[in-house]
Design a protein around this ligand. Structure first.
Ligand code: A3P
Length: 292
C-alpha cells in the first residue's frame, strides 16, 4: 500500500475519494432510480463542475435567480456518490439536478436507457492538471504534492480521484449514443457565457426570458460566484471537508494558466502522451484564450 491508497478507493477500476464515499452507494448505483426529468451534471474533477451546477440551478430555480431562496448550490445539485449531507434523493422534488464524476460504465441503468439528460462539461487537460494540483494541496482529504512534477506523474498515471482524464472523457464520448448527453466546453463558456446558457436551455427545454437569461449570466460569472457564498464551496470546504491553507475553490477561472506552471519539458511530455492517447478523438480542445 502506498500513500496514494490512503486517499483513494478503487471501485471497479475507478478511483473515488476514500473518506467521503459510501461503498454501498457505489454497489447500488446501477439500480439508482432515474426520473425522466432528472438532469445529471457529469465531469472529470476540475473541469467546471461547480460552474455548471450554478448555471443549471439558476436556469431551473427562480428563487435562485432572484435570490429569494437561500440555498447553497451544492444542495441544489448534490453529488450522487459524494453525498456529504446525506440527502435522501428519493425525497428531492422534480426536476432533480444531480452531479457526479463517475465514468460511463458506472452510470445507473436508467441513464443508459436515455431516461434523463446529462450535461458533460469538459476542459483542456493542462488547465485541469494545474487546477487539480492546487486543489489537492488545498483539501486535507486529497494527497498533497511537494511540487507539480510529483502531481503530474500521479495525474498521468490516473492515481487521482477520477482516475485517468483520458479514459473519462473518451469513455463518455465514445458511448454518447447510449445516453441523452450534451458536451459543453469550459473554454466556450468562458468565451461566450450567454451563448452557452442559451445552448443549455435549448437542450434542457427551458425557455427563459431575455431578462432571466441576463440574470443567469450575471450570476454565473467567475467574479460573482467567487464572492457569493451560496455559489462557491468555501464554507463547505473549510467547515465540513477540511482545508490545509486559505486557498479558494474558485481559484483563477482562466484559460491557459498551465503556461505559467509547466516547464518546456513537462509541456512536451504532456503533448506526447496527449497525442498518443487522444489520437483520432473528435472533440477539439482549446488550450489558450487567444486561440478562440
Ligand atoms: P481553476 O482552479 O483553474 O481556477 P470543478 O468545479 O470541476 O472542481 O472546477 C473548478 C475549476 O472551475 C476552478 O478552476 C474554478 O476556478 C473554475 N470555475 C468555477 N466557476 C467558474 C466560473 N464562473 N468561471 C470560470 N471558471 C470557473
Amino acid at each position: 500500500m502506498d500513500d496514494t491508497d490512503l486517499f483513494l478507493l478503487n471501485f471497479k477500476g475507478f478511483h473515488f475519494e476514500r473518506t467521503l464515499i459510501d461503498v454501498d452507494v457505489l454497489e447500488n448505483l446501477d439500480d439508482f432510480e432515474i426520473r425522466d426529468d432528472d438532469v445529471f451534471i457529469i465531469t472529470y474533477p476540475k473541469s467546471g463542475t461547480i460552474w455548471t451546477q450554478q448555471i443549471l440551478s439558476l436556469i431551473y430555480y427562480e428563487g435562485h435567480r432572484n435570490k429569494t431562496e437561500n440555498v447553497e448550490t451544492l444542495d441544489r445539485a448534490p453529488f450522487l456518490e459524494y453525498n456529504i449531507r446525506k440527502v435522501d434523493f428519493s425525497m428531492m422534488p422534480s426536476p432533480r439536478i444531480l452531479t457526479s464524476h463517475i465514468p460511463y460504465y458506472l452510470a445507473p441503468r436508467g441513464l443508459k436507457n436515455k431516461k434523463a439528460k446529462i450535461v458533460y462539461t469538459y476542459r483542456n487537460p493542462k488547465d485541469i492538471l494545474i487546477s487539480y494540483y492546487h486543489f489537492s494541496n488545498l483539501l486535507v482529504r486529497l494527497q498533497a504534492s511537494d511540487n507539480l512534477e510529483q502531481f503530474m506523474k500521479q495525474f498521468l498515471d490516473g492515481k487521482v480521484v477520477g482516475s485517468l482524464w483520458f479514459d473519462h472523457i473518451r469513455g463518455w464520448y465514445e458511448h454518447k449514443h447510449d445516453f441523452n448527453i450534451l458536451f459543453m466546453k469550459y473554454e466556450d463558456m468562458k468565451k461566450d457565457l450567454r451563448s452557452s446558457v442559451v445552448k443549455l436551455c435549448s437542450f434542457l427545454d427551458k425557455e427563459l426570458s431575455e431578462e432571466d437569461l441576463d440574470t443567469v449570466v450575471r450570476q454565473a460569472t467567475f467574479q460573482n460566484m467567487k464572492y457569493d457564498p451560496q455559489a462557491n464551496y468555501d464554507t463547505i470546504l473549510k467547515d465540513e471537508v477540511g482545508t490545509r491553507n486559505d486557498g479558494c475553490f474558485l481559484r483563477k477561472g482562466t484559460v491557459g494558466d498551465w503556461k505559467r506552471h509547466l516547464t518546456v519539458e513537462q509541456n512536451e511530455r504532456f503533448d506526447r502522451i496527449f497525442q498518443r492517447k487522444m489520437k483520432d478523438f473528435p472533440l477539439e480542445f482549446t488550450w489558450d484564450i487567444n486561440e478562440q
